[in-house]
Design a protein around this ligand. Sequence first.
Ligand SMILES: Nc1nc2c(ncn2[C@@H]2O[C@H](COP(=O)(O)OP(=O)(O)O)[C@@H](O)[C@H]2O)c(=O)[nH]1
Ligand SMILES: [Mg+2]
Length: 399
Amino acid sequence: MPYRIADRGQSDISGGTFNDVGRDQHNQTDSHDRTDSHNITDSHNKTDSHNATDSHNRATTRNHKGSRNYKESYSYDTEDSDDVETLASQIMSHLPSGMSQLALMNNMKRQKAALIAVMGATGSGKSTFINKACDAGMAVGNDLESCTQSIEVSKSFTMGGRTVYMIDTPGFDDTNKSDADVLKEIALYLAESYKNGIQLSGVLYLHRITDNRVSGVTRRNMMMFQQLCGFNAMSNVIIVTTMWQKLENQDEGARREQQLGAKSIFLKQALEGGAQLIRHPQNTKESARAVISKLLAKDPVTLQIQKEMVDEKKTLTESAAGSYLNNELREQIKKHEEELKNLREEMAATRHQDTLLQEELEEEARTLRESLNKAREEKEKIATDYANMREEAEKRGGC
Ligand SMILES: Nc1nc2c(ncn2[C@@H]2O[C@H](COP(=O)(O)OP(=O)(O)O)[C@@H](O)[C@H]2O)c(=O)[nH]1
Ligand SMILES: [Mg+2]
């Protein structure tokens, strides 16, 4: 299970009204320029990683003996993970043999292609959106399990005379990857493409309109996305609300939409920077392409993480996104250390009493120590720079 920074509660986004800005649909006639989708980075070997939310997202109760019961808010089913691997290998099997990332990037450059990154939480509909846009076969997950194992580039398609590629990214809540690994993958891909002379046409950030609250997971995804893009790139960002068909009451969706833009500090900033909030009203190709067409009209953009890693040669920890994650991890470590200290005191105070209680406290301490170690490891992982990340990826055969 991946190490995950803890959710920090959620905010209500109901109430208010909203004037839809994304209903003007364009009917584009597009031809297809099909190449297969490309899985860019290998999945890392880290099925043993640990979910750090364990210790804080658990409801702690005392049983009749006064000892604690933890209710896990999150569980990981290893049988499902086999399914995910099968799906990943199915995608891999579509790869044209010998097509490296560099070759693909050269193709993009030669075609003066438009490159669009798609970000958002797991289950926000990224792979489905891309599939609709380009009739491709990205793996689509159910609501609980991540399917996008690593960065994937879609088949190309043509819109308004431009060749377009879409980049599918894992969310910062991936069931198989820690946030640090997701950040490293996204940062490396963006840095590599920038260094190879490819600029993005823009970024789509997908958000489920069916969510009536901004959960900790959503908040983390929004924050990481904003730190990766930076304020100056926001005019090339579209926040796309998905799953409108799942809403019983469309007015409720409109209210959430308004709250997202007005009250959420995360999206408010993005919108102030020029990002647009647009609906993907139908889960159709036309709807997806109407959104994409808005980015194609814009001049390409350099994202903050690209400038930081390539031009400014910052380490990942020094980048805005890395620094955000680093701070979250630092706070997590502090919290774990505090919890461990309290636990030790409790163990000392009850030393001569109940042996069963002692065993349970010991078990609790063990879990906490594991979480603490994982958080420290994650912090170490992002203490790296572009050159190191490339080297690591080359060793894995990814870049
Ligand atoms: N009704 C509806 N379902 C969707 C939409 N987009 C995605 N889904 C479903 O939501 C689930 C997660 O989608 P997926 O594309 O794997 O999300 P990802 O994790 O962001 O790539 C799948 O069951 C999709 O079929 C949409 O616009 N409308
Ligand atoms: Mg996906």
